[in-house]
Design a protein around this ligand. Structure first.
Ligand SMILES: Cc1ncc(COP(=O)(O)O)c(C=O)c1O
Length: 494
């Protein structure tokens, strides 16, 4: 009989190799937690991004494939020395690019626990209580966005794949076609409709599903960034007469560029009239419903055939958590359920096999981080945080509105997403675009704040997303200072 060394309980007989002992895990874990404590204590004072060129960063990090073991303390040291300073710090209080998001304490620890448990939430039997946690979390998330959660629901990594799955479900529902079985060869050309403000993930989904990018009909948005139902209705009618088969409409609640909101109720009427699936991309906008200031601006989402909302954009949750819902029970499973013998298990009342709701078979226990975040903060705490965030955006809007020639290019958006344009009189549109681009790049080069941009009807705008849990009014004031200083330094005449 092999006896196990008491100090190396995981060692294999006759082998020097072993996983860390539980004691080593705790010791190394403490080293990491100490680093993280220091990281968060000093983060506000450190640069948001790196000043090194891509090649330099590769040179710092690239090394021959390691053969021998290395002490974890050294690996950690190298990570903190060579990797951390050359990240763009998304969890920094002055990161305002793309959609600024947060990784909060319970989410961080849940990621560690998820890896330690390493369960695969593919079949009920494979991870029973994890599947139950996922079902509960999905019901909670549905409640937060006021979407009926009694149909199909699943957590996926991001909204791009959620939309792909939703459009696959829409395609599967097309009467008289059986594309899942026969493919697209004999099908009429399918079409997907959206406004020109809709996220590029719709095109990627159409490419992947064989619908084709040319069959994504992007209709020009109105000045507030929304899709006009009458224009949609006309276009679907024209396409039907021309022999196309409308498959789905994608409406957005919180467009990426400017935080626009499509009129979901009216679009649902158009879709019902033509028998077309309505998917709502509420990846960014959905969870802001928790706040009193945004809620009145949000449409009723319950008529959407499917809906995606991203906890990883808004709910203080680390990356890769997106919730996909369809109010039609079995809509997702009809598209994705495929059970080979080696995956068939006993079914019992209440069991749920999440592998049947998307393409993904092996699935991490993604729901744990959401369960911990929602339980640790409560919806009251989350709402308080999101409300404070909208107030910070208002602070920036007020500063800009009081300081011509700064303009707010998306005044209708209720979200903490502020599109700013510095437009001194006397400059052409091209000159103003170039000036704003230079201001944007100068601000980011200073590395104290980080913003992104988009192009609206007004031209090039500096896009400020406020959404990090650590952001305070002093950070927003610092950003405003950077923006105005950059405008001056770039020779703005005013
Ligand atoms: C409106 C909208 N939809 C979809 C996406 C894609 O989200 P993900 O990164 O989760 O795939 C984004 C990303 O920012 C977005 O803004």
């Amino acid at each position: 009989m092999t006896t196990t060394e008491p100090d190396v309980p995981n060692a294999r007989a006759g082998s020097g190799f072993a996983d860390w002992t539980p004691q080593e895990l705790e010791d190394n874990g403490s080293l990491l937690l100490r680093r993280l404590r220091e990281h968060f204590t000093t983060l506000r004072g450190r640069p948001v991004t790196t000043d090194r060129a891509a090649k330099e960063i590769h040179d710092l990090i690239d090394e021959p494939l390691p053969r021998g073991p290395q002490e974890f303390a050294e690996v950690l040291e190298q990570t903190w020395r060579d990797v951390l300073p050359h990240l763009t710090q998304w969890n920094h209080p002055r990161f305002h690019a793309y959609f600024s998001n947060s990784s909060s304490g319970p989410g961080i620890l849940a990621e560690m626990a998820t890896a330690a448990l390493n369960v695969n939430v593919m079949l009920w039997d494979a991870a029973p209580s994890a599947a139950a946690v996922e079902s509960t979390v999905l019901r909670w998330l549905g409640e937060m966005v006021a979407y009926p959660a009694d149909g199909d629901a699943v957590l996926v990594d991001g909204a791009s794949l959620a939309t792909l799955y939703a459009l696959a479900a829409a395609r599967e529902r097309l009467d008289g076609l059986d594309i899942r079985r026969t493919g697209l060869a004999d099908a009429p050309a399918l079409r997907v409709y959206a406004s020109d403000q809709t996220h590029s993930s719709i095109d990627k989904a159409a490419i992947t599903l064989g619908i084709g990018q040319d069959n994504v009909v992007r209709l020009p948005a109105r000045t507030d960034g929304s899709l006009d139902p009458a224009v949609l209705d006309d276009r679907i009618g024209q396409d039907i007469r021309a022999g196309y088969r409308p498959c789905a409409v994608v409406a957005t609640v919180g467009t990426t560029s400017t935080g626009g909101i499509d009129p979901v109720g009216e679009l649902a009427e158009v879709c019902a009239h033509h028998g077309v699936w309505l998917h709502v991309d509420a990846a960014y906008g959905g969870f802001w419903r928790l706040t009193e200031s945004v809620r009145p601006h949000l449409p009723d989402l319950s008529r959407a055939d499917s809906l995606v909302a991203n906890p990883h954009k808004v709910l203080l949750c680390p990356m890769e958590a997106s919730a996909l819902f369809s109010r039609h029970r079995d809509a997702l499973t009809q598209a994705f359920r495929l059970v080979p013998e080696y995956l068939s298990t006993r079914q019992e009342d209440g069991s749920v096999d999440f592998m049947n709701y998307s393409l993904q078979l092996g699935r991490q226990f993604r729901a744990l981080k959401l369960w911990w975040i929602i339980k640790s903060f409560g919806t009251d705490g989350i709402t308080e945080q999101l409300t404070a965030t909208t107030a910070l955006a208002d602070r920036l809007r007020r500063a800009a509105a009081a300081t011509p020639p700064w303009h707010i290019a998306n005044p209708d958006s209720p979200f903490p997403l502020v599109c700013l344009r510095h437009a001194p009189p006397g400059l052409s549109r091209e000159e103003t675009d170039a000036l704003n681009r230079r201001i944007h790049h100068r601000v980011n080069a200073g590395r104290r704040c980080y913003v992104s941009h988009t192009v609206t009807d007004a031209g090039y705008v500096i896009r400020v997303s406020i959404g990090n849990i650590h952001t305070r009014s002093e950070d927003v004031d610092a950003l405003w200072h950077e923006l105005t200083a950059a405008a001056l330094a770039e020779g703005s005449p005013t």
